[in-house]
Design a protein around this ligand. Structure first.
Ligand SMILES: Nc1ccn([C@H]2C[C@H](O)[C@@H](COP(=O)(O)OP(=O)(O)OP(=O)(O)O)O2)c(=O)n1
Length: 169
């Protein structure tokens, strides 16, 4: 998605208008799911929202999200040097990815809230705090020697049933 904020005929909704049914200024996944369902129904776009189409649309939006960071090098957390307009654009692309993900989950009959909570629990089992902290401390105190053997042992303990592809934890 290109930055729609410059071409939109309507002014953007204010904070009150953007509040969800929860009234907290934040939407639940369930509320997002319902909004996407209504959005598609009103336009008779249900017919296009097949699993494959939604997946491809989401991947396309991930590409657009990536373009924002492309060639920038690493950027500090909070993006302190970015213009407000760039951050607005980033929010739009993040939202496109989220909205397609929510819609894809719904169309596939997956309860995304439940699935995500379950996955967090699985992650915690796979990567126990004690082992992760132990490994980080070892790396901090002796970067060139001890970690090699002990980290391998920690990996083996943490990944006894599944592969460890988390990029270094
Ligand atoms: N068949 C469609 C088309 C769009 N959308 C919604 C979900 C996304 O949030 C947004 C995507 O709209 P566009 O396809 O127009 O993509 P962009 O907003 O990225 O615009 P562009 O591709 O012109 O940059 O609209 C949808 O639900 N179903």
């Amino acid at each position: 998605m290109e930055n729609n904020t410059q071409t939109a005929a309507q002014p953007p909704p204010n904070r009150e208008e953007m509040k969800g049914a929860s009234g907290q200024g934040g939407l639940t996944l369930e509320e997002l799911k319902e909004k996407m369902e209504i959005f598609a129904k009103e336009r008779d776009w249900d017919q296009f929202h097949s699993p494959r189409n939604l997946l491809l649309a989401m991947v396309g939006e991930v590409g657009e999200l990536s373009e924002i960071f492309q060639w920038k090098g690493e950027v500090p957390r909070g993006l302190p040097d970015w213009e407000e307009q760039e951050k607005l654009h980033l929010g739009e692309e993040l939202s496109d990815v989220l909205l397609y993900l929510v819609r894809l989950s719904d169309i596939c009959g997956i309860d995304l809230s439940k699935a995500a909570l379950r996955k967090i629990e699985l992650n915690a089992i796979k990567y126990p705090i004690s082992i992760c902290n132990q490994k980080h401390n070892q790396i901090k105190t002796s970067p060139l020697t001890a970690p090699v053997a002990t980290a391998a042992a920690a990996d083996a303990a943490a990944t006894s049933t599944t592969s460890n592809d988390n990029g270094g934890v």
